[in-house]
Design a protein around this ligand. Structure first.
Ligand SMILES: [Zn+2]
Length: 173
């Protein structure tokens, strides 16, 4: 109702903005990110480390990782996860492109940052198998206790993962 009432000042400019976005957004031909340039700003940034590729499920995951400002490599967006239930197979994801890309840029490391769900981890294992014969280090994100998290509030799965992936305290100091 608010939009219709303010047709001239709100609704029409909004329609115009959405239409501009629809016209200008492109899918990056290298990583699958959404941007108004192709290659996207991350792929064309010479300060990023192209041999370190972080594999994620979705564009939203790229945004989340970029917010943390800690990752200086590049991304590869799969567009989902393997799921027998939903009929999503390897050919529906950008896995072939990833294998090709790893060879083309002679990647040093592929970080599998898929979700800590059954589908996410199945997808990560599948990709690790695809990359096994290539000369590249394949790593995964650590799972565990969030920064500022209290043990009391954590679910069993998170606590188990954190406990089994424990490391010597001196490692980071
Ligand atoms: Zn890109």
């Amino acid at each position: 109702l608010h939009l219709i009432k303010k047709k001239e000042t709100v609704l029409n400019p909004l329609i115009q903005s959405l239409s501009d976005v629809a016209d200008s957004v492109k899918t990056c031909s290298i990583c699958g990110n959404l941007d108004n340039t192709d290659p996207c700003r991350i792929c064309s940034d010479p300060t990023r480390q192209a041999p370190i590729i972080c594999v994620v499920q979705d564009v939203a995951d790229v945004w989340a990782l970029e917010r943390s400002k800690t990752f200086k490599g590049v991304y590869h967006i799969l567009g989902g996860t393997l799921s027998a239930l939903d009929g999503i197979g390897p050919e529906d994801l950008r896995i072939d492109r990833l294998v090709k890309r790893v060879q083309e840029v002679q990647a040093q490391e592929v970080i599998l940052a898929t979700s800590a769900t059954v589908e996410g981890q199945t997808t990560a294992h599948y990709i690790a198998d695809c990359l096994a014969d290539l000369d590249v280090q394949v790593t995964g994100l650590a799972h565990g206790i969030p920064v500022g998290g209290e043990l009391d509030y954590l679910d069993d799965g998170t606590l188990n993962a954190a406990l089994s992936a424990r490391k010597s305290i001196g490692d980071d100091l």
